[in-house]
Each structure stands twice: as structure tokens, then as C-alpha cells.
Design a protein around this ligand. Structure first.
Ligand code: SIN
Ligand code: CO
Length: 346
């Protein structure tokens, strides 16, 4: 990793001092960063229905939001922002940008959001619940960060500057020039969201079943009263809902790799000796158990190291995968659009 990215800090030091704790501004983290999309490309992405986008326009101290897709889009000269999420899924260079931050586990990486703002534009002061790296593309932006009530700092950032913000810190970025900002965002499941998804998982796996029977039923003296037997039946049945640590691990892997609702995989016509995971593919593992885009499977111990290497690095020579042997799995992934072939290893 280029040590300029974190201002000369080793990832270990950055994580210890700053991650989830305090902001960090790195001047020239990516020197001469020109961005990876221009205004036209961003507008084209915002027109797609498999891409999340929004426009925020400021009127004084009010910010108006409209959600995309936008068939036609007029960019106002001032106080305007277009924000496009998940740009890494559609633009390879944005995916490579996201992967520069893979000293944070992939399970925590979310996406690259790109904003284009005209002078005075921004989304307004707010707090995010996730960590974020804000990388400045072309144009300048003024950030105000509230460190504690009444104590704020201001930075004017230029192309290639990087601002890390931990969750929960109020901030406000206002464009000085027409400017692009790249948000490299992270995710962390909320307990209630995780638990609700686990209950769905349990449901899908199969819940204990039994029918209630009352052959010894006697005439009801209080017809509205819930019978004691029925209460006992239901509490016994619910007590039979059971899971193991392995079930929880299988669920978590599927949950973390589940594609976002609007994601579509399309097989690409591709050629070359290198297999690369599609930028939309999430491949994670836990020992010999692998999770890809919401599915799970286990491979023999002899193949696991090669597949783990593919998961960590996201591309590998096809010949090594075939020798593992994982040729069948890779063919299926090429077919479904989970992976593609390319000429060189990035
Ligand atoms: C922006 O790019 O305008 C918003 C980024 C943020 O504050 O989270
Ligand atoms: Co923010």
C-alpha cells in the first residue's frame, strides 16, 4: 500500500489511533487524483434504474432531496448536488479505489458514492452512522466538522485530499468550485436488522411444526378464555426453535454477501487468462465455508486455500483455479456474471 494514502501512517497505526475514534485529514493522499468519472458519466449512471441516485438542492438553510433515476437532469449553476451510490459496481476504476481500503475487512466495506456539486452545493450538516473516507476529486470543498458542541474545525480540501470521519460526528461539506467528492463508505449490521434477517433465515430453513389437537375437549364455561392447553402447546413449540453456532455463522455469511435489492448480474463476454470477480460480487469465507452473493457452500480442504486467495485478492489466473480443481465452480460464475475473464491481473 502507498503510505501516502493514510498520511504516512501504517494501517495498523491508523486503525489504532483513528478508526471509530477521531477524524484524520490527509493532504495529498492520492496526489493528482483526477477522479474516475466525469459529470457526463455520473449523469448517465443516475439515469439507470439499477443505480441509486439523488439530487439535493439547497435553498437558504433548507435542503430538498429528490430520488432518481433521472431521465433528464438539469444541473443548476449553484447550490446543487447529484449523488450516485455504488459507483464501484459499475466503474472498474471506482472498484479499484474501494479496494485500496482493504486493510478493513471486505465484510465492512460498503461502496463508493460519488457526488458532483456546484458552488454552494452540499447535503447540509448531518451525522452518518458509519465510518467514511471522503476523497476529494476535482474542485475544492469546505468541510466543517463539529468535534464537540461548540468546537468545530474547518478544512478546505483539494483534489487528492482525504478526510476520514468516524461514525456519529456532525459534518457539513460545501462546494467552493464545481467539485466531485468520493465517499468510501463502510457498513456494520445493526442488531435488530441482523436479528430480523436471522428469523427469516430460520423460517426458510424450516420451523418446527405440529398441529394442535384437543380430543379431550370439555364444554367451555368461559368461551372467550384462551385454553391452558393451547398456551402450553404454543410455548412448547416455540421452545423447539433451535439453532447452533454453525447456523448463526452460515446465516451471517449469507447476510453479508446478499446483493442489494437493485443489483443485477449480467454475464459478460470476456476473454483472457485471469479470472476476476465482478465488482458487484461479494465473496467471503470462514474456514472451508464460502459465501457468494447470498449463497453458501463448502469446498474440500485441498481447494480452500486457492479459493480464499481469490476471495482476498479478487482476481487470479484461471489455470491455478482449474488446478485446484475449481474449474466447474468458475464456469458457473462466468455464466452467472459473478466473475469474468480478463487479460491482466490488476
Ligand atoms: C457529499 O459528497 O456531498 C456528502 C458526503 C457526506 O457528507 O457524507
Ligand atoms: Co456525511
Amino acid at each position: 500500500m502507498d503510505s501516502r494514502l493514510l498520511g504516512g501512517l501504517a494501517p495498523r497505526t491508523f486503525l489504532r489511533r483513528h478508526w471509530q475514534k477521531r477524524p484524520l485529514l490527509v493532504r495529498g493522499a492520492l496526489p493528482a487524483f483526477q477522479g474516475v468519472v466525469n459529470e457526463r458519466r455520473l449523469v448517465a449512471l443516475a439515469a439507470r434504474d439499477d443505480v441509486e441516485s439523488r439530487i439535493v438542492e439547497r435553498r437558504g438553510r433548507r435542503w430538498n432531496t429528490v430520488h432518481g433515476p433521472f431521465d433528464s437532469l438539469a444541473i443548476s449553476k449553484r447550490n446543487f448536488t447529484l449523488l450516485v451510490s455504488g459507483v464501484n459496481m459499475h466503474v472498474d476504476a471506482a472498484d479499484r479505489l474501494l479496494r485500496r481500503f482493504d486493510f478493513v475487512p471486505q465484510a465492512r466495506l460498503d461502496d463508493v458514492m460519488v457526488s458532483y456539486a456546484t458552488p454552494g452545493g452540499g447535503v447540509g450538516p448531518h451525522v452518518d452512522s458509519y465510518d467514511v473516507f471522503l476523497l476529494q476529486g476535482p474542485g475544492r470543498r469546505r468541510w466543517t466538522i463539529w468535534l464537540s458542541p461548540g468546537k468545530k474545525i474547518e478544512y478546505v480540501v483539494e483534489p487528492g485530499d482525504l478526510l476520514y470521519l468516524p461514525p456519529g460526528l456532525k459534518h457539513d461539506g460545501v462546494a467552493i468550485d464545481p467539485c466531485f467528492t468520493y465517499s468510501i463508505g463502510f457498513r456494520a449490521p445493526r442488531g435488530a436488522e441482523l436479528a430480523a434477517a436471522f428469523l427469516d433465515w430460520l423460517h426458510e430453513r424450516g420451523l418446527p411444526d405440529a398441529s394442535y389437537a384437543d380430543p379431550g375437549l370439555r364444554p367451555a364455561r368461559h368461551p372467550a378464555k384462551i385454553p391452558k392447553d393451547l398456551l402450553r402447546f404454543s410455548s412448547r413449540l416455540l421452545g423447539r426453535i433451535d439453532w447452533t453456532g454453525a447456523d448463526a455463522a452460515d446465516f451471517l455469511g449469507r447476510f453479508l454477501t446478499e446483493p442489494k435489492p437493485h443489483v443485477v448480474f449480467r454475464p459478460a463476454r470476456s476473454a483472457g487468462p485471469v479470472v476476476a470477480l465482478d465488482p458487484k460480487t461479494q465473496l467471503l469465507y470462514d474456514g472451508r465455508r464460502f459465501f457468494v452473493n447470498g449463497e453458501s457452500f463448502t469446498v474440500p480442504a485441498s481447494c480452500a486455500p486457492v479459493l480464499r486467495e481469490l476471495a482476498d485478492r479478487r482476481s487470479m489466473e484461471r489455470r491455478r483455479l482449474a488446478a485446484a480443481p475449481l474449474a466447474g465452480l468458475i464456469s458457473a460464475w462466468l455464466h452467472s456474471g459473478y466473475a469474468r475473464l480478463q487479460r491482466i491481473q490488476p
